[in-house]
Design a protein around this ligand. Structure first.
Ligand SMILES: [Zn+2]
Ligand SMILES: [Zn+2]
Length: 423
C-alpha cells in the first residue's frame, strides 16, 4: 500500500506550483528571457535557477517509507539560497538563536550608515568592494571613537548587517549596527557611557565620510573599481570630492533596553531576499503587483501597491543579489570571532552566565540520542520509518547541467596567447 500524504509536493515530475503568485513562479517563467535580454553575472543566474526550482524534483529529495511499506512521503530538497523566500524560516531561526546566545545582556543602540545615492551606480558595479569599504570605514569609525576616553574609553560589541533595498526594491545600501551601550575597558572592567547618547552624530559622520572617501579614492586611482558607463576616473574623483563637502546620512537611533528585538529585525534582512511572497499580490499579463510601505510621512506610514512590468521588477530584484561568499553580516569588537575570551570576560563583568555551547559543539552521541527520541513511527503499524534518497534522472540534476555547460565552454574557448605555438 502506498499512501502519499498532503504534505508531499505535487508529484515526482512536479514543477513549480501555479496556484499563486510567488517569487518562484515569476523567476521560473521569466528569468531565462530576462537574462537573455539583460545579461546577468553567474551568481545571479545560479540564484535564480535555485529559487525557481526550490522544493521541486530538480533539486532531488528523499522518501520516507515504513518498513512494511505503509506510508510514503516524498520531500523535495530546499535550495538553501539566502535570497529564497520559500525556505528562509529555518536558517533565519538558527542564525537568530546563535546571535541570542552570543549577545551581551546590556542596553544597545542602533547606528545606521547610508551610502550616498550618488554612489548607487558605483555600488551596483562593485558590490563586494563597496560593501567592504562601507563595513570597514563604519566599523573603524565606531571603534576608534568609542576607544577614546572622552566618549567611552572601551571596546564595545558590534553586530553589523548590510541592507541594500528599499520597500520598492530600489537601491538603498546602508549598514545597520547594533552597538552595546558600554564596553570592556583596557583594565578589564565594564564601562558605560556617561551621556545618554553614545557618540556625537556630527563627529561620527565626519570620521566615517573621511575614511570611506579615502578608501574609495585609493581604489579608483589604482583601477580596482569598475567605473559606470559614461564615467571617467577624473569625473569619479570630482563626484567623491563633492561628496566630501556634503552632509551624509548617519543616524544614531534610540537606545533599547536589550538588543534582542533589533536582532530579530536584522534577521529578516539576512534571509529571504529583497521581497517575501506575502508581499506579492499578483503576477499576470507580464506585470507584477506588490505591496510596500510608504514612509513619506513617518508618523503615518501607508501600505500601497506598485505594479511594474516583469522585466523592470526583475531588474530591481536582481540588483540586490549578493555575490557568492560575500558576507552581509559581520561582527566586530567584543562580538568578533577571535574575541571569545574577552567576550566571556565581559559577560562575567555584567554578571551574565557563561554562553551556552553552540549546537555544533554538542556531543555527537547526545545528538544521536535526541534523533532517536524524535524518530517518526508509522501511524498504521507503529513500525520505524526508513528514509531513502530519491534517485532522479541524471538529466534533471542541475549540477550536471552546469558541469556539462562549463565543460563545453572550456572546450570551445580559444587558447590564450601563452598557449599559442610560436610561429
Ligand atoms: Zn529555497
Ligand atoms: Zn507501517
Amino acid at each position: 500500500m502506498c499512501v502519499v500524504t498532503e504534505s508531499v509536493a505535487p508529484s515526482l515530475c512536479s514543477d513549480v506550483p501555479t496556484s499563486r503568485a510567488t517569487m518562484q513562479r515569476i523567476l521560473h517563467d521569466n528569468w531565462r528571457a530576462f537574462a537573455a535580454k539583460f545579461p546577468q553575472p553567474n551568481f545571479a543566474n545560479r540564484a535564480a535557477f535555485l529559487l525557481a526550482h526550490c522544493k521541486t524534483a530538480f533539486l532531488g529529495g528523499h522518501v520516507e517509507r515504513c518498513e512494511h511499506g505503509h506510508v510514503e512521503k516524498v520531500h523535495y530538497n530546499s535550495c538553501r539560497h539566502r535570497c529564497c523566500p520559500g525556505c528562509s524560516t529555518a536558517p533565519r531561526k538558527a542564525w537568530l538563536d546563535k546571535q541570542r546566545a552570543k549577545m551581551l545582556d546590556t542596553a544597545a543602540m542602533q547606528v545606521v550608515f547610508t551610502l550616498p545615492s550618488e554612489l548607487a551606480k558605483l555600488w551596483r558595479m562593485n558590490k563586494q568592494a563597496i560593501a567592504d569599504v562601507l563595513f570597514n570605514s563604519s566599523k573603524d569609525s565606531l571603534l576608534t571613537l568609542l576607544a577614546d576616553p572622552q566618549f567611552l574609553g572601551a571596546q564595545p560589541g558590534l553586530l553589523a548587517a548590510l541592507h541594500t533595498w528599499s520597500q520598492t526594491l530600489s537601491a538603498h545600501p546602508y549598514v545597520h549596527y547594533i552597538v552595546t551601550f558600554g564596553g570592556l575597558a583596557s583594565d578589564g572592567t565594564w564601562k558605560t557611557p556617561k551621556r545618554e547618547c553614545l557618540l556625537p552624530r556630527q563627529v561620527l559622520m565626519c570620521m566615517f565620510r573621511g575614511k570611506f572617501l579615502d578608501k574609495v579614492r585609493k581604489l579608483v586611482s589604482s583601477d580596482k573599481l569598475d567605473v559606470p558607463e559614461g564615467w571617467t576616473k577624473t569625473n569619479c574623483m570630482s563626484i567623491l570630492n563633492q561628496l566630501g563637502r556634503a552632509p551624509w546620512n548617519v543616524k544614531l537611533l534610540e537606545r533599547y533596553a536589550h538588543a534582542e528585538g533589533v536582532t530579530l529585525y536584522l534577521a529578516k534582512y539576512l534571509r529571504g531576499g529583497p521581497i517575501g511572497n506575502s508581499r506579492i499580490v499578483s503576477f499576470s499579463n507580464g506585470e507584477v503587483t506588490f505591496r510596500y510601505l510608504d514612509r513619506k510621512n513617518p508618523l503615518h506610514p501607508q501600505t500601497k501597491e506598485m505594479t511594474l512590468p516583469v522585466y523592470k521588477f526583475l531588474k530591481r530584484w536582481s540588483q540586490h543579489l549578493p555575490p557568492t561568499k560575500m558576507h552581509t553580516v559581520r561582527a566586530y569588537g567584543l562580538y568578533a570571532n577571535g574575541n571569545r575570551k574577552r567576550l566571556e570576560h565581559a559577560r562575567s563583568q555584567i554578571k551574565q552566565p557563561v554562553s551556552p555551547p553552540s549546537a555544533s559543539r554538542l556531543d555527537k552521541s547526545e545528538k544521536r540520542e535526541e534523533d532517536t527520541k524524535e524518530q517518526k513511527r508509522c501511524p498504521i503499524c507503529n513500525g520505524s520509518i526508513l528514509v531513502e534518497g530519491l534517485e532522479f534522472e541524471e538529466a534533471v540534476r542541475p549540477w550536471n547541467v552546469y558541469r556539462a555547460r562549463r565543460k563545453r565552454r572550456c572546450e570551445r574557448a580559444p587558447p590564450t596567447d601563452q598557449e599559442q605555438p610560436i610561429a
